[in-house]
Design a protein around this ligand. Sequence first.
Ligand SMILES: Cc1ncc(C[n+]2csc(CCOP(=O)(O)OP(=O)(O)O)c2C)c(N)n1
Length: 319
Amino acid sequence: MGKPGKEKMIEFYRQMLRIRRAEEKLMEVFSAGEILGFLHVSIGQEAAPVGICAHLRDDDYIGTTHRGHGYAIAKGIELKRAMAELFGRRDGYCMGRSGSMHLADLSKGIMGANGIVGGGIPIVTGAGFAAKYKGTDQVAVATFGDGATNQGTFHESLNLASVMNLPVIFLCENNGWAEFSPRPVHAKIENLADRAISYGMPAAIVPNDVVEIYEACGEAVERARKGGGPTLVEVKCDRWYGHYVGDAQKYRGKEKVDEAMAKDCIQSFEARLTKEKILKPADIEKLQADIAAELAEAVEFARQCPYPGPEEMAAGLYV
Ligand SMILES: Cc1ncc(C[n+]2csc(CCOP(=O)(O)OP(=O)(O)O)c2C)c(N)n1
């Protein structure tokens, strides 16, 4: 696999920035009442989706959580149609019926976000089983938070994937919080990757650094594609904002939030790219401007799309 070259590094930066700006825009329009329901953003956690998705093909599967926008974007979802979906419009990926927490695009292997904590893990394990059964070299990636590792679905899935040698990568974003409970309250062990030991599964622990995540996930994906079975990867990251947009985080001191923000995975990567002369300030400005234009277009597209009508309510249902 090797180290990522210059072009890949620039693409990592561009994708992390696209995710950050898209979620900032989502927070803005959600707070203005243009999007209904709940919204959970992954600001501060952009390195993991970019690091893993850089290894995935369109026909590889990914299943995410309530905090899954970053993975959908990194896996190749189109911002216009994703935005339309979150706005509840009929030109969205799921005709405006999924919103943020069930956003899916099977043409890109995006099996969907999931509002049930740990709910996506067995679904992805099933996709891994299908790939193995059919004899393809596809892989399946389940992403989830630290809280989800206490769910039975997590343990059943890891055990099954291990004994059946399935091509699944279990990617845990340990941001230290499960809703309003800090990790020591919901799990006695600091490193959740240790849970892989009981399933005889290889595991890796990586910091919130896109290149380190890319390298660890590269090994895991390669092992899975070659028939070597599953891996558990734990990324130690930080959630900047509340559990959902609008959560004032009264349970978490401001100094902790400031600490998390100071470890920004995008800022530190930008500093590295500038120092290594991979990007000049003018290149960064251009990237920022292109992303801003892409997002403005996506939001405008979403705003002018119609809502689905009641006559379309049963479309796409299995009976
Ligand atoms: C089965 C289930 N239990 C409880 C909830 C309520 N809930 C929503 S998100 C969440 C915390 C999830 O924490 P974690 O898995 O660490 O993910 P993070 O929010 O940090 O990304 C909880 C308890 C739920 N949606 N589903």
